[in-house]
Design a protein around this ligand. Structure first.
Ligand code: ADP
Ligand code: MG
Length: 286
């Protein structure tokens, strides 16, 4: 793991909720996300594993062939303490801008306040397609492909600030996936992981019963529920993505993640495997 403490920094322009900094690493711009001391103070957490969630989550997206930001774990010294953070390579090329879904109303010149619902995802994609002459079905596929992998990594926060489109002049495309920091139970301590792994019922509850941020028909979507009776476009995404999930490859990604204990690696793998077998594989066979 490289130590970036003395690397060049630039003024940080990235939004979002966690503590961030902008660093130049090997001549390229990276957004560096750090464990969040504000949350730590208010919630009294001595740990925060969102950087590992980001790193592993993004590499799993990459392993199934979905465009995603490049990430690496880095060390840095902050307030006299050594921290592990995740460096996310800026995916915007010169002249490109990111339009997050939460800002899409501006580009669509509408006042409508969108809800984080599947119905509104479809409406936004439809409007974007008409406005910018895009392939609507392709964008719907992009959304559900991301949803399948978010299920695998247990992402609880793919809200409208955490995905979007890249705009370059008049050309619009689906942006690479970013912000996987709220997957893989980032707030669990190692002791809690050990406890969960020794109790198969509690473990299944925790790894299986995960809600997405979306609603459908005014009801919160639990991943395991929607996969039992998926909308047609999700069904197609399941057929496309599930065969590309290579559990050996995922094992390797986790095993080679620096800075994690043996227990943490075991926990991440078991957590992912449970959703793969109990949710994704079952839906694939249906
Ligand atoms: N790799 C990236 N390249 C360019 N912009 C990014 C990248 N990752 C995130 N961003 C921008 O920075 C914002 C904050 O990053 P995000 O990972 O979502 O942080 P948080 O976990 O605090 O929500 C995003 O909403 C997006 O606008
Ligand atoms: Mg975010």
């Amino acid at each position: 793991m490289i130590d970036i403490t003395n690397y060049k920094q630039e003024i940080n322009n990235y939004g979002g909720s966690e503590l961030k900094a902008t660093y130049i690493i090997n001549g390229e711009k990276y957004m560096v996300k750090m464990p969040d001391p504000i949350r730590k103070k208010t919630l009294d957490l001595g740990y925060m594993n969102n950087q590992y969630s980001e790193y592993i989550g993004c590499h799993i997206f990459e392993s199934v062939g979905i465009p995603v930001q490049k990430t690496m774990l880095v060390k840095l010294n902050k307030d006299g303490k050594e921290k592990v953070a995740v460096a996310c390579k800026d995916f915007l090329n010169p002249g490109e801008e990111l339009i997050e879904i939460s800002n899409v109303s501006l580009s669509l010149s509408t006042e409508k306040k969108y809800k984080i619902s599947i119905e509104d995802v479809y409406e936004i994609i439809n409007k974007m397609s008409v406005n910018y002459k895009l392939d609507e079905n392709k964008l719907i596929s992009n959304f559900w492909d991301m949803f399948v992998v978010d299920t695998l990594i247990g992402n609880t926060d793919r809200h409208f600030g955490n995905w979007g489109f890249i705009k370059k002049g008049d050309i619009i495309s689906f942006a690479p996936v970013y912000d996987c920091g709220s997957s893989l139970h980032p707030l669990l301590s190692e002791n809690e992981q050990i406890k969960l792994m020794s109790d198969s019922i509690a473990f299944k509850n925790s790894s299986y019963n995960i809600a997405s941020v979306y609603t459908m028909n005014n009801k919160k979507i639990f991943y395991h529920e929607i996969f039992k009776n998926p909308p047609v476009a999700l069904k197609e995404a399941i057929k496309r993505i599930v065969p590309k999930i290579n559990i050996e490859k995922i094992k390797e990604i986790i095993a080679s993640t620096e800075g994690l204990s043996k227990t943490q690696k075991e926990y991440y793998f078991k957590d992912i495997l449970l959703r793969k077998e109990e949710i994704l594989d079952k839906a694939y066979k249906n």
